[in-house]
Design a protein around this ligand. Structure first.
Ligand code: EZ4
Ligand code: CO
Length: 403
């Protein structure tokens, strides 16, 4: 089952997506997500210039061999660009394998280990009243788990606040990064007030999540965790910059608030210390940024040994192909925790036709052979690439801070 073509499509149906299309001699087509927000063309070039020529002529059925060949064969290992490129190939090959077998990918991964995949959505507001209204709206939609973010009084712009016109929060913009001002003190005072308000209004039944987006020092993160303990968070996400793994030892000494980390990780080696030292509770690696289904399963298997659950990244800057691939993994692993689901808005639906469904707080990848996502290349051509950057944070003195 030889691969006869591998091509990269960069398009922007509302936001930028990089899609890898692999075709076999039998006419079976598989698709993979190669999107790396703000650095899209680097992955597109890695694939086009260095990987696609190697794929042509290879046996599409040999997923593990292709993964090892691309990972070990590059000599230069890991890194977001490399691992996103390998992920795209891996996801496309699993899609092809499912289509060849006539089975949804989750069946190839061992079958459903649960009936549905609990997802969490994003609620936000530029005031606590607005956050409350948005929270209620998501409860009405059936969500059982909700991430809450509100604008921090005293700061001009806060991460994670969606516009009030109903569009999804999308931080990337412009021809250069937008610059925001960050002040941890305001945030640390405000965060417990936000959660107190939500718990007093909505009770303790709904799972409550929050993203600190890598901005705190270890002792500040410890204070945040301790101050949120009365509100019994499902998790706080990325309290400190995640590459400093021993920082989490300090956080752990001070709080029982569960910790979720890993959306910027791209290999099992990035997660190793956090998992094996039991410094986190949820590992958030994304299928498209951490080497695809093959490698993500390996990370989650390691996590399972240490009582760490999955909580895959699922922001809108990951294409519907990523979400589908994540749902197949989520459905089949023993240590699934929760799946992030920001959703995609049209015109994304004009380009990606999806088989996954949402009902009563749970998603299901569907039972179409493969991943269950059809990518319309002709439609994609109508939405040309639109260069954008993620923002940069500065402190009041002008120094660059983690965003
Ligand atoms: O800022 O995916 O939990 N979700 C997040 C995301 C990230 C974006 C970056 O591209 O932190 O909103
Ligand atoms: Co996050």
């Amino acid at each position: 089952m030889k691969i006869i073509d591998a091509r990269v499509v960069v398009s922007s149906p509302g936001r930028n997506y990089v899609t890898l299309v692999i075709e076999t001699e039998d006419g079976v087509v598989g698709v993979g997500d190669a999107t790396l927000n703000g650095r899209e063309l680097a992955v597109a070039s890695y694939l086009r210039d260095h990987v696609c020529p190697l794929l042509v002529g290879r046996d599409a059925r040999r997923i593990e061999d292709t993964w090892q060949y691309l990972y070990k064969g590059a000599y230069w290992r890991r890194g977001p660009v490399t691992m996103t490129a390998i992920a795209a190939v891996d996801i496309a090959l699993w899609d092809i394998k499912g289509k060849l077998a006539g089975l949804p990918v989750y069946e190839l991964l061992g079958g459903a280990a649960r009936d549905g995949v609990m997802v969490y959505c994003h609620a936000s507001g530029s005031t606590l009243d607005e956050l409350s209204a948005d929270f209620q709206r998501h409860l009405d939609l059936g969500y059982l788990a909700i991430r809450a973010q509100a604008a921090i009084p005293g700061l001009e712009k806060t991460y994670g606040i969606a516009p009030t016109d109903g569009t999804i929060y999308e931080p990337a913009s412009g021809n250069a990064p937008q610059e925001d001002i960050w002040e941890s003190g305001y945030y640390l005072d405000f965060a417990p007030q936000m959660m107190a308000r939500l718990r007093s209004e909505f009770g303790y039944e709904v799972h409550l999540l929050h993203d600190a987006h890598h901005r705190l020092t270890p002792i500040e993160a410890a204070r945040l965790g301790a101050s949120l303990e009365p509100y019994r968070m499902f998790w706080i996400e990325d309290p400190t910059p995640a590459e400093d793994q021993s920082a989490f030892r300090l956080i752990r000494q001070h709080t029982t608030t569960p910790i979720a980390v890993g959306e910027v990780f791209n290999s099992i080696w990035d997660c190793q210390q956090l998992i094996t030292e039991r410094l986190i509770d949820y590992i958030r690696t994304a299928v498209s940024h951490a080497g695809g289904i093959t490698h993500l399963r390996r990370i989650f298997a390691l996590a399972d040994l240490y009582g760490v659950r999955s909580g895959s990244h699922g922001a809108g800057d990951l294409s519907p192909i990523s979400l589908a691939a994540a749902l197949h993994v989520d459905l089949s692993i023993p240590n699934f925790g929760v799946q992030e689901y920001m959703g995609h808005r049209d015109p994304v639906g004009n380009v990606f036709d999806v088989g996954y469904t949402f009902r009563d707080g749970y998603m299901h990848p569907g039972d179409q052979p493969g991943l269950g996502v059809t990518f319309d290349e002709k439609a994609a051509a109508r939405y040309p690439y639109d260069p954008k950057y993620l923002p940069v944070n500065r402190r009041r003195d002008g120094s660059v801070h983690d965003w």
